[in-house]
Design a protein around this ligand. Structure first.
Ligand SMILES: Cc1ncc(COP(=O)(O)O)c(C=O)c1O
Length: 341
């Protein structure tokens, strides 16, 4: 007797995403990614007057978390092809007052952690990963968030794992750092109504936690969908001269929080796409060293040329797991039409 044909084959289940798999032993929920950074910096010993090394090409929260502690951000330039911190810059910018390094995994791509960690180890500096944009990304087979003394996640609604409001988390393998963050996020209380140091309320809201708990089950399949969309964009864009798709080198697994292209005609292309009702966004048009906030540091145009050039040339295209192939084709056609290919 022959077996009846299976009409609706059951798809292979995607393994559920384990937030702390392969690496960290603690995850402490906090109120936002910004709070996660402030708390992680503080738990790693950063105090007023200290210097903290970080890339100038990032969302302002990376720098303002340092400033919130009265410490001073010391900016570094980026590698132009990855948009992430150039490890060679650390040697140039370190001083005796340097107290920590923040490595940002921008757009969902890991920073080059090996040389950053080697430098940090030689100087005995803690490393904090700003993993707000890169949950699930990998570097040399290990997930981002596993490399630093602590790593910070944002669950802001637009993130790859987004709550319905603000939420964040610090992950760490250090029991001491995790315990300190648990204390600091709860008014410095080590036990009920007994505070040992100044803290504040940065608890992760219960409703957001419940939503994240459900959404976490889908993160692996969303990540696969984002990567497949990115592969389709890259396949089509490779035929268009004048547009540089994002780089994913051997050993790096990008999670495409943003799919960011590079073109010298970024502003005009953005306007052309807007006319066709296609959203293109520049993350970020002003590197931190040129923000009015940091004018007192005395930086000028030309100080960090790779970051400044990237700020003028990057454009992030629509990217989300549910994006369809025909929609990607329409975006790429609009780009080709603009460049008259
Ligand atoms: C790189 C980076 N760091 C930090 C943050 C801050 O996270 P939150 O908005 O949850 O405070 C963000 C959020 O956009 C971010 O993109």
């Amino acid at each position: 007797m022959s077996t009846p044909p299976q009409l609706n084959p059951v798809p292979e289940p995607v393994p559920q995403f384990d937030l702390t798999a392969q690496c960290v032993s603690h995850g402490v929920g906090v109120a936002s990614g910004t709070d996660a950074l402030i708390l992680a910096l503080r738990a790693c010993g950063v105090q007023a007057g200290d210097e903290v090394l970080l890339p100038t090409f990032t969302f302002v929260a990376t720098g303002s978390a340092v400033s919130a502690l009265g410490a001073m951000p010391v900016f570094t330039d980026i590698r132009p092809e990855t948009y992430n911190l150039d490890p060679a810059e650390l040697v140039r910018r370190v001083t005796p007052r340097t107290r920590a390094i923040v490595a940002v995994h921008l757009y969902g791509l890991a920073a080059d952690m090996d040389p950053i960690l080697a430098f940090a180890k030689a100087r005995r500096l803690p490393v904090i990963e700003d993993n707000a944009q890169a949950i699930g990304a990998s570097y040399k087979g290990r997930r981002t968030g596993c490399f630093g003394d602590a790593a910070c996640l944002s669950f802001y609604p637009t993130k790859n794992l987004g709550a319905y409001g603000d939420a964040g988390m610090v992950v760490s393998s250090s029991t001491e750092i995790a315990a300190r963050i648990r204390t600091l996020r709860d008014h410095g209380q080590t036990e009920k109504y007994r505070s040992s140091e100044p803290g504040w309320n940065s608890r992760l809201d219960e409703i957001q936690a419940a939503i994240l708990r459900v959404k976490l089950r889908h993160l692996s399949e969303w990540q696969i969908a984002r990567r497949s969309n990115a592969a389709e964009y890259t396949r089509l864009l490779q035929q268009i001269p004048g547009v540089m798709p994002p780089l994913e080198s051997e050993g790096f697994e990008h999670v495409y929080h943003q799919y960011t292209i590079r073109t010298e005609q970024c502003d005009a292309l953005q306007q052309h796409l807007a006319v066709q009702r296609i959203g293109g966004t520049v993350y970020y048009p002003h590197p931190l060293h040129l923000q009015p906030l940091y004018a007192p540091l005395g930086h000028k145009t030309g100080d960090f040329p790779h970051a400044e050039r990237a700020a003028k040339e990057v454009l992030s295209l629509p990217m989300y797991p549910e994006l369809r192939k025909d929609q990607i084709a329409r975006v790429v056609e609009a780009i080709a039409d603009f460049l008259k290919c």
